[in-house]
Design a protein around this ligand. Structure first.
Ligand code: UDP
Ligand code: MG
Length: 324
């Protein structure tokens, strides 16, 4: 960890044509004062706009810039994994392209890494996101820290620096449906954090649709918690106990008080209640089973279609037909 260290900056990009220029300039200025060398790995996660062309233009002028283009949109976690596996630095920074995570913090992350930490997280101390997004994020993190990882910061994190040892480990990581932050966080090593204030997006809108967010939230819970399965057992016990008590009530009511059992409305209520519970339980089991199924098939976590600046790989390929 000396001054001659090389730092890779890995940036996932999905339709970020309007942000790349300013992001690149801000990043270049931010690392100017650092004594380390840099490579910037921009990963185009199957963009349908001119993201890859803009990156290509920058790479032609700046040899520090390298790029990967994935064959389709795999999500930023897969894009980050692809970039970090290709990183040749002594450490790699992961950061988003929309300037929500300030590149100006990179020197502080490097400084902390140099103090001997393998993993340094930039932890959000606040966020300038819209109200509904803040509410959704707060509710999810609250639930997640209760049922899965207690140490996961309630404000979330997706910006940090990781040592070569961590990067090497990621090369053999073979799970699908993963969350890169949790994967790295659960590796252990010496970890530290620095607080920062998350900005609003520079331009464009979040590339995480509600559907993607729900899928990611379920991935997190299913990967790190068996609470939903335990919930099934508890519900089973509760429903059995309730039906036993109800049966007892009916027997006593008939034999002691001479009142016959109620008619079909009570049967309907019981049937619908049990049917609903069973469908929820099947859904929970299905979430786990579907991920096992996906894993067994050993589908690739991502496919790299083009590369720029790497010795190995397909190199610059022709432009796709659908570019703006
Ligand atoms: N991103 C990506 N693939 C996706 C979605 C997002 O590579 O499918 C990139 C995006 O371009 C950005 C980073 O991941 O650089 C964070 O995404 P975004 O800002 O949309 O997420 P948010 O900050 O709203 O959680
Ligand atoms: Mg963002």
């Amino acid at each position: 960890m000396n001054d001659r260290s090389l730092i890779s900056v890995v940036v996932p990009m999905y339709n970020e044509e309007t942000n790349i220029g300013l992001f690149y300039t801000t990043l270049s200025e931010a690392v100017q004062t650092c004594s380390a060398g840099f490579e910037f790995i921009f990963v185009d996660d199957g963009s349908t706009d001119t993201t890859f062309r803009v990156v290509d233009d920058i790479a032609r002028k700046d040899p520090r810039v390298k790029a990967l283009r994935l064959s389709k949109n795999y999500g930023s976690h897969a894009a980050l994994l692809a970039g970090m596996r290709m990183a040749s630095g002594n450490a790699a920074v992961m950061i988003s392209a929309d300037l929500q995570d300030p590149p100006a913090m990179i020197p502080a992350l490097i400084e902390r890494w140099r103090q001997g930490f393998h993993i340094v997280w930039a932890v959000r101390e606040g966020r300038d996101d819209p109200f509904l997004k803040k509410l959704f994020a707060a509710a999810f993190y609250n639930l997640f820290t209760r049922i899965a990882l207690k140490d996961y910061p309630a404000t979330g994190m997706d910006f940090g620096i990781f040592d070569r040892q961590v990067l090497d480990h990621l090369k053999t990581f073979s799970e699908n449906n993963f969350d890169i932050v949790l994967v790295i966080m659960s590796l252990g090593f010496r970890q530290s954090s620095i607080a920062y204030h998350r900005q609003i997006r520079h331009s464009g809108h979040s590339k995480w649709s509600m559907g993607k967010r729900i899928k990611a939230a379920l991935d997190l819970i299913v990967s790190y918690s068996y609470t939903p399965i335990r919930f099934i057992s508890y519900m089973g016990i509760l429903v059995s106990l309730t039906s036993f008590l109800y049966a007892l009530f009916l027997i006593v009511n008939t034999l002691v008080f001479g009142h016959g059992a109620g008619g079909w409305p009570s049967i309907m209520v019981t049937t619908l209640f049990l049917g609903g519970i069973q469908l929820i339980m099947l859904g929970i089991l299905g979430e786990y089973l579907w991920r096992c199924n996906d894993q067994v098939k050993k589908r690739p976590q991502y496919i790299i279609m083009d590369t720029i600046g790497f010795d190995e790989g397909p190199g610059r390929q022709r432009e796709p037909c659908k570019e703006g």
